[in-house]
Design a protein around this ligand. Sequence first.
Ligand code: PGA
Length: 251
Amino acid sequence: MRRKLVAGNWKMHGLRAQLNEVEAIATSAAANPLVEVALCVPFTLIAPAAAVAGTLPIGAQDVHEAESGAHTGCVSAAMLREAGATLTIVGHSERRADQHETSHDAWAKAAAAHRAGLKVILCCGETEAEHNAGRAERIVQSQIEKSLPDGASPDWLTLAYEPRWAIGTGRTPSLDQIESMHAIARAKLRMMIGEAADGIRILYGGSVTAANAEPILSVENVDGALVGGASLTAARFVPIIEAAAMASARN
Ligand code: PGA
């Protein structure tokens, strides 16, 4: 049984004034042991968030693939660990779009994070044009093929399927579409790493809210959610954690 993971991604949001939200989210996470919760905050908030988060894992949203060196503005996995992060997102579609990151970059970042002892949420997902052209399946298969790090295993790697056109738009695929894309991702993982694939969680991400979380989290092969906008406040995020707990209880 894969325990559901609900991970928040604060993106470029959050100052110390929002640490009360971190605390409230941590309280809810502790009250819902059926679900694993994590919060990925901006680099600058990792240490202060980790200081108030108790047992709630605090993560980063990106990491550099090198251990150190002349990389102005970048942050290494060891630095994230030292600041208090226990996981990081890699390959998010906003990094792919804004910083021109490739699946190969995501592969290198995931490997570097793992070497330093961080858990990894590896993102994949097609653009709207790719979706409309009927290429979603092939794009996601190719992204997984190019970015899945060596030695990928359930104890440190989680995959997130996030159709780019659903991120921050309020639009989500139908439940059938989500089911079919997650089945495709699972099959690709099986082809690449065999039975270990069955333990790897595949999160859905893109406009998850309290209103749609429970049906989405009940879809086969949806092992949790990666939540952007609706993770910024406890008032919006906690109902998603609770929906995940309900979906888990029914499984
Ligand atoms: P959203 O973002 O929930 O705001 O759509 C999800 C993500 O980018 O991880």
